[in-house]
Design a binder for this molecule. Structure first.
Ligand code: IMP
Length: 427
């Protein structure tokens, strides 16, 4: 019987899920993306080539892998077309891709609305990626969304698109903004529908059949659990749930089919966009981490905010996801830092707590309580086994394991596929 492994971002996104997915995908038969849209950005490096994917699953470079874009995604058809073009231009032609007919689409006016809602929030803006993700999910839940299946049914598209555009028009025109010409948009979508038609299917049926056939399935997370609309730092979150719990709903399988959950975390913490971040610091060390770790958003190129590793965050994320494995990423970036701080609890108004307060203002008042661990100077970028790691580096990993009571099963010591140490094979 195959395994069904969920790769979960365990911080505020950008943990290196793309690399881990790509690495684990070598032994997977199927890679599934189930939520979010092109707000995500996964960088994959191999054979001295670098690819940035935003929508298409990371298994796309392996012709043996079946790649599925699930029903819980919001897909911008124009961005999808661009990504397919990019693959073609890079000579990547031999791949298996399936797109759920139930996934919703992101339209140009969703991007306008995203920007508009951010402006209305003023100083309290979320700092979204401005890809229209929130408004597309709003339309889905308001039952005025347009789905992938509509793109290949002209009658249905006309009907659904009209309702959608009319709803958006009310808000945009009230704010002195115009909406794109309906017929132009409709025709463009029909054209894209014909291009992507071969990939469109009922992916729930496909996935359940693949599971029955005993295939190894990898669910690729987008964003991080702290950006979860339910369990994250609301309202500074995304509009979907990047947790393992959301995977069954967003891909059309039963919850009992998930066998493993791996939490991907950086050896430190980063965040893009606004919102509470207790372990954030900005000094020469943060600047070095940003430079060495290339901490700039894949989608927006914004400099990422830098912080020490926060085990209160990881405990919360472990609980809501049921993590049974950890992948520690970018460990090499910490090389040369004399003293490494790790947050083990918070001080909230004089009281020590080890949970994330639901009240945003309470969370903002939390001050991190740190333990200090000695750093290492040895270059670890070329090591290939756990035993070769410097003593202090092993101690850093052991401390994380002990406090979280979760096994570290993968350690990443550089951006390349080869710079990965596996302590236990999941597949
Ligand atoms: P949205 O998903 O564009 O609505 O943005 C909401 C919040 O999630 C913002 O703080 C974004 O910076 C953040 N976000 C969305 N996608 C990602 C991601 O893939 N990595 C990191 N942050 C993300």
């Amino acid at each position: 019987m195959g395994k069904r492994l969920v790769v979960v971002g365990s911080q505020w996104g950008d943990e290196g899920k793309g690399k881990i997915t790509d690495y684990l995908a070598e032994k997977a038969d199927v890679v599934v993306r189930s939520q979010g849209g092109n707000n995500a950005g996964h960088t994959i490096k191999f054979n001295n080539r670098k690819f940035a994917l935003h929508l298409i699953p990371s298994g796309i470079f392996n012709p043996k892998i079946i790649n599925i874009m699930g029903n819980g995604m919001v897909i911008n058809p124009f961005a999808l077309l661009e990504e397919l073009e990019m693959l073609k231009n890079e000579g990547i032609k031999d791949y298996n891709l399936y797109i759920s007919n139930r996934a919703h689409i992101v339209l140009p006016h969703h991007i306008e609305l995203d920007a508009l809602y951010e402006t209305i929030k003023g100083a309290d803006a979320v700092g979204t990626t401005k890809k229209g993700i929130g408004p597309a999910y709003m339309d889905k839940v308001s039952r005025v969304g347009v789905r992938i299946s509509d793109l290949i049914n002209p009658e249905s598209l006309r009907k659904r698109l009209k309702i959608n555009v009319d709803s958006a028009r009310v808000i945009l025109e009230a704010n002195n903004q115009t909406i794109e010409n309906f017929e132009d948009l409709y025709n463009n979508l029909i054209e894209i529908g014909q291009i992507i038609k071969p990939y469109i299917t009922d992916t729930s049926v496909l996935l359940n059949n693949l599971i029955e056939d005993g295939k190894n399935i990898l669910f690729e997370g987008a964003q991080g659990s702290m950006l979860c609309v339910d369990h994250g730092t609301y309202p500074y979150v995304t509009s979907s749930s990047p947790t393992a719990a959301a995977v069954p709903l967003n891909s059309g399988i039963s919850p009992y089919l998930i066998t493993d959950v791996i939490g991907v975390t950086k050896a430190y913490t980063t965040r893009v966009g606004a919102g509470v971040f207790p372990t954030e610091f900005e000094d020469e060390i943060a600047k070095t981490i940003r430079k060495i770790g290339n901490e700039y958003g894949t989608t927006t190129r914004r400099p990422r905010r830098i912080g020490w590793l926060d085990l209160v965050v990881l405990k919360h994320v472990k609980r809501i996801n049921g993590l049974n494995n950890l992948a520690i990423m970018l460990l090499d970036v910490l090389t040369g830092i004399e003293e490494l701080k790790v947050c083990v609890s918070y001080n909230l108004d004089g009281k020590e707590i080890d949970y994330i307060p639901a009240d945003y203002f309470e969370y903002e008042r939390c001050k991190p309580n740190y333990i200090s661990l000695p750093g290492w100077n040895e270059d670890i970028t070329k090591i290939s086994s756990f035993d070769e790691l410097p003593k202090n580096c092993k101690n850093y990993l052991k401390t994380i394991e002990d406090i979280l009571k979760t096994k570290v099963t993968i350690v990443s010591v550089g951006p390349d596929r080869k710079q990965t140490v596996t302590l236990k094979n999941i597949f």
